[in-house]
Design a protein. Structure first.
Length: 414
């Protein structure tokens, strides 16, 4: 069963890796799409955020569906949908059909992170959840590290349409793999004592209204939303920033983009995953360990201000690596929190609320950056806006989220 659990964790990580291939594909296609569809940076900013519009709208319904039907059934439908969306993008004949393909991609990928958080809660005891979570969260960073240069080179050699078709093939192969391997655990399975007890305990579905009024849920949503703003700013605009602000040719900007994401992957797995679980297993206070990594890692994200004044590629990559590395160390802790604070059987709903905030940031970051870059011909203002939001997120973690412990059930369930 130990081997089965970690097989599930690696499967979820592979799904996120494929997820982000679909997302970075658009980022590296900036020049090709602007040339073919004759669109401006502002329009491209809206196109970058289009995926997040439907992704955000589907977060709360996804959480409810996950709590009702489980990870397997929802996951099968979602993985098939995002495969279709990638092929649809490759066949687009105009900007309207391309927008439609991105909207469909958002619908298909919407359940991914709440589903993963719920699956980790199903399969892993609390002292193993940070490392298990870091496998799928770190995959988001590793996908950018290898996806931007690989897809960028593919784009330069075979064109943007075939690069989108290639990600469609990879997505469909993952759909087949998920269908064949993933199962939701049942209480009859010989899980560890902690997880078996949790699964056997009668659960209550808690209303979204009750969750939306809890300070811990609001604090988690604000804090993680600030993280995701910087994450999406860098995910969508980093190659353009390196090319335009630092005058690096497009091929080299694709290669340099991988450096901060490799740092982020290492920080995610080593600090946010392995170190947190190791300290908790050795008897350190679990709440204190998680909160220190969460707050300090998020504070390191303010390194984005250093990139605002960078004049060389080395300076820019250093400060961006500090920023995304710190945020990535905090991310697995953040994604393990829904299963640690959710009352009753509401992990999917708490994860959906958290990811709704994330995707509002995912919508805003590329659009606001597009306006600021177009109007000011500089990325400095965009980086300052991201840092200001991050300060709000750090305060939310400290004063609203507070101690990481389960939220009490409503009086009618208690």
């Amino acid at each position: 069963m130990h081997r089965r659990r970690w097989t599930i964790a690696f499967l979820l990580g592979m799904g996120v890796l494929v997820n982000y291939f679909d997302r970075v594909n658009l980022t590296v296609s900036h020049d090709a799409l602007c040339g073919e569809f004759r669109i401006s940076d502002v329009t491209f900013g809206f196109l970058l955020g289009a995926y997040n519009w439907t992704y955000a709208l589907c977060q709360l319904p996804s959480g409810l569906l996950l709590d009702r039907f489980g990870v397997r059934r929802v996951g099968i439908v979602s993985t098939l949908l995002w495969s279709v969306a990638s092929f649809a993008a490759a066949l687009s004949r105009g900007i309207a059909s391309f927008f439609a393909a991105r909207f469909l991609l958002g619908v298909g990928e919407a359940p991914t992170f709440p589903a993963n958080a719920k699956a980790i809660g199903y399969w892993f005891p609390s002292h193993e959840r940070s490392l298990a979570t870091s496998l799928f969260d770190g995959a988001a960073k590793f996908s950018s590290a290898i996806g931007v240069p690989l897809i960028g080179l593919m784009l330069l050699h075979i064109g943007w349409r075939l690069s989108f078709a290639a990600t469609g093939v990879i997505s469909f192969l993952y759909f087949l793999m998920f269908f064949a391997i993933y199962r939701d655990p049942q209480t009859r399975l010989p899980l560890n004592c902690e997880t078996a007890t949790e699964l056997a305990t009668p659960k209550h579905r808690v209303s979204l209204g009750y969750l939306l009024h809890r300070r811990k849920v609001i604090g988690l949503a604000l804090g993680f939303g600030s993280y995701n703003y910087i994450f999406y700013l860098l995910l969508t605009w980093l190659p353009v920033y390196l090319s335009r602000a630092l005058h690096i040719d497009l091929a080299h900007s694709f290669m340099y983009t991988g450096v901060p994401w490799l740092v982020a992957t290492a920080a995610d797995l080593v600090v946010g995953g392995w170190l947190v679980d190791a300290l908790i297993r050795r008897g350190w206070n679990a709440d204190r360990v998680r909160r220190v990594v969460l707050v300090c890692g998020t504070a390191m994200g303010l390194g984005i201000l250093g990139a605002a004044h960078a004049h060389t590629p080395a300076q820019a990559l250093f400060w961006i690596s500090v920023s995304i590395g710190g945020l990535s160390a905090a991310a697995p802790v953040g994604w393990s929190i829904p299963s640690l604070i959710a009352p009753g059987d509401s992990v999917g709903s708490v994860g959906g609320i958290m990811n709704l905030s994330n995707q509002i940031s995912g919508i805003a970051a590329p659009v606001i950056t597009g306006y600021l870059v177009s109007g000011r011909q500089s990325f400095a203002a965009a980086f300052f806006v991201a840092a200001a939001y991050l300060v709000v997120g750090i305060a939310a973690y400290i004063f609203l989220l507070g101690e990481i412990r389960p939220i009490p059930l409503p009086p009618q369930h208690a």
